[in-house]
Each structure stands twice: as structure tokens, then as C-alpha cells.
Write a protein of this length. Structure first.
Length: 305
């Protein structure tokens, strides 16, 4: 979009109370677009910050504003804010794209099942992530499996959308063609609804912060693997992200890890955006066990959502 002219801004909603995602995005996107961050506080505070940020972007004259929600974002709040004055006079909702992993589990906790349906219910296009060669051997079959999985999630919350006819894009992201990008840019959105659930108050999701993290890259890889795979000990750790100081190379390193992949590389983020902080995101986590795994690092628990 940026190459086609017109200023573009990305607003990222970070679930945690520290804007690690902004620095990670700047490493990937560079000068392609401007990046703004809305850091969650309590739900009302997050809404005010998001609304204020949209007003600021409107006044600055951006042609397109892309809103990137956190993994725990309630889309109902997005629509409520966009239809409110004066936001509604400045913005028109263009495309809604939902990203669903190819290996989406068949069984999820109720809150996660709700988020799966909620974040896909109005999507004009379902883009599949974490696509492997086995998924590409039968692209129509992979797309149909994703549709049926979304349909099952939607039925639990009386969704009015028929996901069985939803458009689904199955391709490795690095292999996207110009036609794929055009399809994403022209995705549009679907008018549909579902029963709403106030999952944000039930303690299903939390984030833990660990500061002054000084470890070697090898140690951090081992730690991330243990936290993400040993659910009996650590609970349901979904993602680990942030920056740490490599004690072997004396370099700043960025970390972004899930159960499928751990990405660690020297950080190119701006100095004033970097902190030695690692954020562990998940649900029903064992804070004591995770804290012991990190050692003596100072930690903070955030239940902002």
C-alpha cells in the first residue's frame, strides 16, 4: 500500500503494558509506514487511548490507517469506536482481514474459542498463517478445514455468518504474489453478528514482565522452549517476546517465540525504544514457576485485559 502512494499509518494495540511490539514492528517494516502504539491499561483506558490515537491520525491526514489488534482484542470495541462521533466522520472501514494459523487446535478454552469466532466474523478474507508444505499439497482441503473449524467456533456463539463459504487464502507469506496482495487490499468486510462474551474480566489471559534480562542466546532459546512446551509446570504460555542482553556477544537481541518458532536476532530497534524486558503472554500461567525459571529478574503481573 505504501508503494502505491499516500501516507499510511499502522496502529498496533499491545496487550501488555510495555510497547515491545512497536520496536519489533519497526525492525520488520522500517520506513514503509509510520507506526503508532496503543498500550492497554484497564479496558476503559485502552478505549480512550485508541480513540485519541485515531483522532490524531485523522488530523494528520493519513490516507490509510491499519489497525493491528493484539491477540486478545475484542472487535466489538473496534466497531463501537469507529461508529462514534467524530471518528465516524473521518474514517470509513475498508478491509477486515483475519489471520488464522493452519494448525489451529481442534479444542480451545472457551475464551480462546470466542476470540477465534469474534476476530473472523466480519473478515472479508481469512489469511492462513504458519503454512507448511503439507498444507500446500492440498490447498482446497486446507481452506475447507479452516472454514469448518471457524464454522464450529461460530456456532458456539450463535454466529450469523456462514463460514463454509468464506474466502480463504492459503500460501506461504514469503510466496505471496501481486494478485494475493491485491486480494488482501480489496478484501472488504462482511456484515454478521454473534453473541458477545465479556471474556476480559474472567482472568483467562495475563502477561508477565521480566526486566534486566541478561542471558546468552542459547540459554534464552532453551528457556523459551521450556516455557512454551511444559504446560504441566508453567501453564498455557502462548507467546514470549521482547529484548534481552546477550552475555556472550554483548549485543542487544530481540526475541519473538511461539510453540512453532523461536526467532532471535540482533536488534535494530532504536536505542530509546529498547529495554531489557521479556513479556510472557498466556492463560492460567504458573507465575511462581515462570519467575523461578527467569531467576532473580524483577517481574510485574499485568491483568489489564
Amino acid at each position: 500500500m505504501a508503494e502505491k502512494g499516500g501516507p499510511v499509518c499502522l496502529i498496533a494495540n499491545d496487550y501488555g503494558a510495555i510497547s515491545v511490539d512497536r520496536a519489533l514492528l519497526e525492525e520488520k517494516l522500517g520506513d514503509l509506514c509510520d507506526i503508532e502504539m496503543v498500550v492497554a491499561g484497564d479496558p476503559d483506558c485502552q478505549k480512550r487511548r485508541f480513540r485519541t490515537k485515531l483522532i490524531s491520525m485523522g488530523m494528520l491526514g493519513y490516507e490509510r490507517v491499519i489497525v493491528e489488534p493484539s491477540g486478545f482484542f475484542d472487535t466489538e470495541e473496534f466497531y463501537n469506536i469507529l461508529y462514534d462521533d467524530p471518528i465516524s466522520s473521518w474514517y470509513e472501514i475498508g478491509n477486515v482481514i483475519s489471520i488464522v494459523p493452519a494448525d489451529i487446535p481442534e479444542n480451545l478454552p472457551e475464551s480462546s474459542e470466542y476470540l477465534l469466532a469474534d476476530q473472523a466474523v466480519t473478515a472479508g478474507l481469512i489469511v492462513v498463517s504458519k503454512v507448511h508444505d503439507r498444507d500446500l499439497r492440498d490447498i482446497p482441503g486446507t481452506a475447507e478445514r479452516i472454514r469448518r473449524r471457524l464454522q464450529r467456533a461460530g456456532e458456539k456463539f450463535h454466529c450469523t455468518r456462514d463460514f463454509l463459504t468464506a474466502p480463504v487464502l492459503v500460501r506461504k507469506w514469503e510466496d505471496f504474489t501481486e494478485e494475493d496482495w491485491d486480494r488482501i487490499e480489496q478484501a472488504g468486510r462482511v456484515s454478521a453478528d454473534m453473541v458477545r462474551m465479556h471474556f476480559v474480566e474472567d482472568g483467562s489471559f495475563q502477561s508477565l514482565f521480566y526486566f534486566h534480562v541478561n542471558r546468552s542466546e542459547a540459554d534464552m532459546r532453551t528457556l523459551a522452549s521450556e516455557l512454551l512446551t511444559n504446560r504441566e509446570k508453567f501453564g498455557q504460555v502462548i507467546r514470549i517476546k521482547g529484548f534481552f542482553h546477550d552475555t556472550v556477544t554483548n549485543a542487544w537481541m530481540s526475541l519473538n517465540a511461539t510453540a512453532e518458532k523461536t526467532d532471535i536476532h540482533p536488534s535494530s530497534a532504536k536505542q530509546d525504544d529498547r529495554e531489557e524486558v521479556i513479556i510472557v503472554v498466556g492463560g492460567q500461567m504458573n507465575e511462581k514457576a515462570i519467575g523461578e525459571a527467569f531467576g532473580e529478574m524483577r517481574s510485574v503481573t499485568d491483568y489489564s485485559i
